[in-house]
Design a protein around this ligand. Structure first.
Ligand code: ZN
Length: 121
């Protein structure tokens, strides 16, 4: 059974998913919700404060996007574990290799395809 081989990864991925979900919740909670609301009572009269707030909003949004992407990657990996395609390279169908998966459980490409993809950039 191929799934036996990757048995440890399920828990690993589920833990990662849990962690990402918490991080995402935190990011969403700290993100200012009234981005479009005009009736903010404490309208800032300090340009520096506003710049900081905008910067923080953007940083938060970038973090959220990043976490969402990570989460999607973890979900996809769990999906692959379930249907038995986990550990296979999406490009060439070869084995990704345990060592690489240990380092990056959400990897979808073997090291050869990955480096080829990166060289193409
Ligand atoms: Zn490959």
């Amino acid at each position: 059974m191929a799934s036996r081989k990757y048995a440890g990864f399920k828990r690993k991925l589920e833990e990662q998913k849990e962690r990402l979900r918490r991080d995402l919740e935190t990011a969403q909670e700290t993100a200012p919700s009234g981005v479009t609301s005009a009736d903010e009572p404490s309208y800032s009269n300090h340009l520096a404060d506003e710049a900081t707030a905008t910067y923080q909003q953007e940083a938060n949004l970038a973090l959220e996007r990043h976490l969402e992407r990570e989460l999607a990657g973890v979900d996809a990996a769990l999906q692959r574990l379930q249907n038995g395609t986990y550990g296979r390279c999406e490009n060439c169908g070869g084995e990704i290799g345990l060592e690489r998966l240990e380092a990056l459980p959400t990897a979808t490409l073997c090291i050869n395809c990955k480096s080829r993809q990166e060289n193409r950039k």
